[in-house]
Design a protein around this ligand. Structure first.
Ligand code: NAD
Length: 445
């Protein structure tokens, strides 16, 4: 099929490359010239495992192109929308201006085919419920033969290629007009034929359900993380160990062990802004009481950052002039995404309180240098910890989880390890001569 993808960030670029991998002819459009130049040259503009190979293969095959020129989407049979929906400045709700601009681009540049065949607009961005119907009305008003489906995306950064090519599920939100809904479904079925043949479950619904599925999933995940972080607060107050608690409750199938890691909390370009936009939308719909629990989820999450800063301060008796090695600055491993990263927020606060920082991150140092040129970003853990008064693990990259406490013990000024993700073995660090502090692991070892 001929496909366009509007917006080539973490979601759109991966979606475009995966669609080319499935055999489609894909053009990716973005307004960011630098990003497009990289993508068009087959160079990944962000860190995402397996994406560089897929991108290079697609570009080489000639089936995958990238451009800033919207006229090149004219003959696409499906336009996927993958632009950002960030939190509005100073408000909880989502900024929908990029989606609105994308729709305007599609309306302007879609060519009406001689056979009158419909063109499908498939929304992948995460949007407030009610958006799809509003956009469908706008597309209808253009007089061109558009169909609209909402096809939310569930990929996880770090696993984006796997999640796009082998999704846990595919969701289509279709028009209430049955004939048009069926036409849209046929086009999506053709596009995703290989994924469906491999057995990816398909859930077909109306527009609001599909929009809600995405924010409901993210709200559930955020709630699960904040639940265990609330338990971490209780453990800190009582001497309990939240990692043992999580292990024990996780054996219950109804609870499950995933997303039960207490620590510095969730972040990134999705969970925080999605739960806030969901609360804002519930308010507009007059059902804000249904989601007041998300306020607590957000508040518990933000308290984790306060806790990490306080722990550092307590552990080394003040922050001013102290040297702290920060291991990991992204919101999770295997990405270079710094959006709403708890690790970066904590680093900023330590800096504001007078600490001197040396930050190591396997992927995000270039992005961090652009944002905070004043932060020192040594290339190795050994350089970062040299002379440190505390070492803080804030992102559980594999190399930090596997760090050998013996090998770096001799390099630091004070052997204080703060495990912001509860991924280290306290006993092992203690035996190597460190004072260990976890998040909700009771008294320090
Ligand atoms: P992103 O900021 O990485 O990418 C958005 C891209 O859209 C940018 O490259 C930007 O330049 C481009 N853009 C903005 N306006 C444009 C326009 N008018 N025309 C063409 N391009 C335009 O964001 P992202 O992480 O890829 O997220 C995109 C959407 O997908 C959001 O709604 C997000 O909530 C959702 N989502 C993201 C993920 C994820 O893990 N990143 C997962 C699921 C859903």
């Amino acid at each position: 099929m001929r496909i366009s993808v509007i917006g080539c960030g973490y979601l759109g670029a991966v979606h475009a490359a995966c669609m080319a991998e499935l055999g489609h002819e894909v053009v990716g459009i973005d307004v960011d010239e630098r990003k497009v130049a990289d993508l068009a040259a087959g160079v990944a503009p962000f860190h995402e495992p397996r994406f560089p190979e897929l991108l290079a293969r697609g570009v080489e095959s000639g089936r995958l192109t990238f451009t800033t020129d919207p006229s090149l989407i004219a003959d696409a049979q499906i336009h996927f929308i993958g632009v950002g929906t960030p939190q509005q400045q100073g408000r909880l709700g989502a900024d929908m201006s990029y989606v609105d601009q994308a729709i305007a681009t599609i309306i302007e540049h879609t060519a009406v085919r001689e056979d009158g065949a419909p063109v499908l607009v498939a929304g992948k961005s995460t949007v407030p419920v009610g958006t799809a119907q509003r956009l469908a009305d706008r597309l209808d008003a253009s007089g061109k033969p558009f169909l609209l489906a909402w096809n939310p995306e569930f990929l996880r950064e770090g696993y984006a290629v796997k999640d796009t090519l082998h999704p846990d599920r595919i969701v289509y939100g279709l028009s209430d007009d049955v004939a048009r809904g069926e036409q849209a479904k046929l086009l999506l079925d053709e596009c995703y034929a290989k994924l469906l043949a491999e057995g990816s479950p398909l859930v077909v619904s109306n527009y609001p359900t599909a929009e809600l599925v995405k924010v409901a999933a993210n709200s559930f995940l955020a709630t699960k993380i904040s639940f265990i972080n609330a338990m971490a607060e209780l453990c800190d107050a009582t001497g309990g160990d939240v990692t043992r608690l999580a292990e024990a409750i996780g054996y219950d199938d109804r609870i499950g062990s995933k997303f039960l890691q207490a620590g510095i909390g969730f972040g990134g370009g999705c969970l925080p802004k999605d739960i806030r936009a969901f609360m804002a939308r519930a308010g507009e719909l007059g059902v804000d009481e249904a989601l007041t629990f998300l306020r607590e989820v957000d508040a518990i999450n933000l308290r984790r950052r306060d806790r990490a800063v306080a722990l550092a301060e307590e552990a080394i008796g003040g922050l001013g002039g102290r040297r702290i090695a920060v291991l990991g600055i992204t919101f999770k491993p295997d990405t270079d995404d710094l959006r709403d990263s708890p690790a970066l927020d904590i680093a900023n606060r330590l800096w504001d309180r007078g600490a001197r920082l040396a930050i190591v991150d396997p992927a995000a140092a270039p992005r961090l240098n652009e944002r905070r040129p004043e932060f020192e970003t040594p290339a190795t853990v050994e350089q970062a910890v040299a002379g440190a008064d505390a070492v803080m693990v804030l992102t559980p990259w594999k190399e930090f989880v596997e760090l050998d406490p013996e090998s770096i013990r001799g390099l630091v000024n004070q052997p204080v390890i703060i495990d912001g993700r509860n991924v280290l073995d306290p006993r092992r660090w203690h035996d190597a001569g460190w004072r260990y502090f976890g998040m909700g692991r009771g008294v320090s070892v």
